[in-house]
Design a protein around this ligand. Structure first.
Ligand code: AMP
Ligand code: GLY
Length: 422
């Protein structure tokens, strides 16, 4: 069976390593992948949003199954285009990927179907938004409607900051057309939980919960990043919370998308906040999270490709999706300066013994040598019987990996560990 994975980061590397475990896979391609994956698959230099080239490649190489991992090709209709050529895919069609592609859409969906989320208003012109801010409670949260590389959310601590955010998104077009509309919403408080789920539109099967660490520096300080590390499971996601989420959020969301004629098939990511009034949705993503995937998939005991195919075929209810009872920790090693400016091109040395536990995000092969090529360079994931052991093991791995100007947080898992003791 010939499989291709669209995307090129650490999440895709984790997916590729897991798919490779299936003995039926005879060829595995990454479009474009990155140099750090070269031992696990064939790299194809086609960009993740170059949909015509992706479709041509799939047809030419008689690809049997395609996994479209990143948000932008999903929102742009990559699955629709591949399916039109008869290629089976994992991932939602564009009309369902809109659940991430437009925050105005997802907020309106939640309002219409009574799914708990922060109170909000949608604005399509700056003057009305600014007038609303005159009486809005502070802090307040301003979000660009469309995709903004995870940077389109501003938590304003003062009215002046909120006004500046509205102006930079709507007037200066900081995020381009993604800022034609904005959502202004209530500031929520509580621990955050990421729940990735498989859904075929009939049933929803949550994966093991996880916790991201979005800020660049220890103690949740510094700028927001794509994620500096993750742990799973998330101790704030208790059985009680999980039951409420299933009843109040997961099933109603699948149902709502079906009623809207936008059946979602693929991985639906629920970004949740556990507030004192119960779990609420912070955001939906139409894909696997990064770096959540790097802790979730190593704990998956079932065969990933089989589960993915059951999502495509609508037979998820009859398919085993089992997770081990262990814990996992992923520490991201980034280039000093990320998420702002940083240097690239440093030789990257990963000891062979730990290669299978390292998911490479930003690296390239240059004259046969692996060199750094991005802000987030890699994630080192360890699994163990306890979270403490997983954290210790992940940091021990980090000590054996080398590239110049490497930088990482030293407190991944700390909040989860203290919650466990509390
Ligand atoms: P996002 O890019 O949508 O994941 O949002 C980035 C981060 O902003 C989230 O992980 C939350 O920590 C925070 N955030 C988003 N919406 C809210 C909200 N309504 N209240 C408090 N924090 C929020
Ligand atoms: N880790 C957050 C995301 O993938 O959006």
């Amino acid at each position: 069976m010939k499989v291709m994975v669209i995307g090129g980061g650490g999440r895709e590397h984790a997916i590729i390593k897991k798919i490779k475990e299936n003995p039926q896979v005879t060829a595995l391609f990454a479009l474009p992948g990155n140099g750090g994956m070269a031992d696990d698959c064939t790299l194809v230099p086609i960009g993740a949003t170059d949909i015509p080239a992706i479709v041509d490649f799939a047809v030419e190489h008689a690809i049997d199954y395609a996994v479209v991992a990143p948000d932008d090709p999903l929102v742009l209709g990559c699955v629709d285009a591949l399916e039109a050529k008869g290629i089976a895919c994992f991932g939602p069609r564009a009309n369902a990927a809109i659940i991430e592609g437009s925050k105005a859409f997802s907020k309106n969906l939640m309002k219409k179907y009574g799914i708990p989320t922060a109170a909000y208003e949608v604005f399509s012109d700056a003057d009305t938004a600014l007038a609303y801010l005159e009486t809005a409670p502070i802090p307040t949260v301003i979000k660009a409607d469309g995709l903004a590389l995870g940077k389109g959310v501003i938590i304003a601590q003062t009215k002046a900051e909120a006004q500046a955010a509205v102006k930079s998104i709507m007037e200066d077009k900081k995020f381009g057309k993604s800022g034609d509309s904005i959502v202004i919403e209530e500031f929520l408080e509580g621990p955050e939980v990421s729940v990735l789920s498989f859904t075929d539109g009939n049933v929803v099967v949550p994966m093991i919960s996880s916790m991201d660490h979005k800020r660049a520096l220890d103690g949740d300080k510094g700028l927001n990043t794509g994620g500096m590390g993750t742990v799973a499971p998330n101790p704030f996601y208790t059985k009680d919370v999980a039951d409420r989420c299933m009843k109040e959020i997961f099933l109603p969301t699948i149902d709502a998308m079906n009623k809207e004629g936008r059946t979602f098939k693929g991985c639906l990511y629920f970004g949740l906040m556990i507030t004192k009034d119960g779990p609420k949705v912070i955001e939906y993503n139409c894909r696997f999270g990064d770096p959540e995937t790097q802790v979730v998939l190593p704990l998956l005991e079932s065969d990933l490709l089989t589960v993915m195919q059951s999502v495509t075929n609508g037979t998820l209810a009859q398919t085993d999706v089992k997770f081990s009872g262990q814990s996992a920790c992923c520490v991201i090693m980034a280039s000093e300066g990320y998420p702002q400016s940083y240097e690239k091109g440093f030789a990257l040395k990963i000891p062979v013994e730990i290669k299978n536990s390292v998911f490479v995000a930003g690296a390239a092969l240059k004259d046969g040598v692996l060199v750094t090529n991005g802000g987030r360079v890699l994630g080192a994931t360890a699994t163990a019987d306890t979270l403490q052991a997983a954290v210790d093991k992940a940091y021990a791995m980090v000590e054996t990996i080398h590239f110049d100007n490497a930088f990482f947080r030293r407190d991944i898992g700390k909040r989860a560990l203290s919650a466990k003791e509390a």
